[in-house]
Design a protein around this ligand. Structure first.
Ligand code: HEC
Length: 111
């Protein structure tokens, strides 16, 4: 019983974590991370470049509770056919926690 309670609490914490907006500091750090990993050569916040505008990605996944996992997977392993004919290459050497931070940041963009 105790274990179940702990699991419930952990699940709640994880869900709250995914839904919590990033602080301004976290958002600035994530923006820097995106810059340093080349994301911004293909993406901008509010316009389409090679890839979709991050604001559009946030809009599309707004009500999707699995969005952080889906976007993390797309960035890590690449993505094709969801937004158009140009695929996104995979990012196999990036740290997964950093990719997750980027996914949460992208989802927080509202423009
Ligand atoms: C070479 C260009 C390119 C680079 C570099 C790039 N992307 Fe993309 N990205 C794309 C394209 C093109 C798509 C649309 C893919 C599709 O249609 O499925 C995309 C899609 C996405 C999506 C939406 C995925 C989905 O499942 O809907 C996210 C989030 C994203 N990129 C984030 C990033 C992040 C974060 C980085 C840096 C680590 C990055 N991208 C680097 C071109 C790029």
């Amino acid at each position: 019983m105790r274990n179940i309670l702990i699991l419930l609490l952990l699940g709640w914490a994880a869900a709250a974590n995914a839904a919590t907006p990033l602080s301004a500091t976290d958002a600035a750090a994530a923006h820097e991370l995106a810059k340093n990993n080349g994301c911004l050569s293909c993406h901008a916040l509010s316009e389409k470049i090679v890839g979709p505008a991050y604001a559009k990605v946030a809009e599309k996944y707004r009500d999707d509770k699995d969005a952080v996992a889906t976007l993390t997977h797309s960035v890590q392993y690449g993505s094709k056919g969801k937004w158009g004919r140009i695929p996104m290459p995979p990012h196999p050497s990036m740290n997964v926690d950093e990719i997750k931070t980027l996914a949460r940041w992208v989802l927080s963009i509202d423009k």
